[in-house]
Unconditional design. Structure first.
Length: 133
């Protein structure tokens, strides 16, 4: 794809056609990401899940897309906060993701995806990871 095609894809034309966040229904992307997750453990402040990587979440190298990984961490972190009885999970202000291992198409992650609440209060903090406690 050439640079002008990328620009046209992202910008509205004179008729108002183009990609816009406003035109996307609320929580439109969540089902694309979380469909197929198996919840293995739910405890206060902790959620552990596994999933087989579907085609829709692959990048051009046939690995789990980094954006899908970050979204999974965000959604699961919110789920970990919800296990503590929070009526709302709020908005993620910062997500720092370090990719240490790739996951291929149809591969089930050997180490489950985990999310853990590590700080309660007005500004809760959570941690998501593929390996560890």
């Amino acid at each position: 794809m050439d640079l002008e095609s990328v620009k046209r894809y992202l910008e509205k034309d004179e008729a108002g056609n183009g990609a816009t966040v406003d035109s996307i229904p609320y929580k439109f992307f969540e089902p694309f990401i979380v469909q197929g997750i198996t919840v293995d453990v739910v405890q206060p402040g902790r959620v552990v899940c596994t999933m087989k990587v579907p085609d829709r979440l692959l990048n051009t190298g046939n690995f789990l897309h980094g954006g899908a990984t970050a979204t999974l961490v965000d959604i699961m972190g919110s789920a970990a906060i919800a296990t503590l009885g929070a009526p709302m999970t709020g908005v993620s202000v910062e997500i720092n993701t370090q990719y240490i291992q790739s996951v291929q198409k149809e591969e089930t992650q050997q180490d489950p995806l985990r999310a853990k609440n590590i700080q309660d209060g007005r500004h809760p903090r959570r941690k998501g990871f593929g390996k560890g406690p």
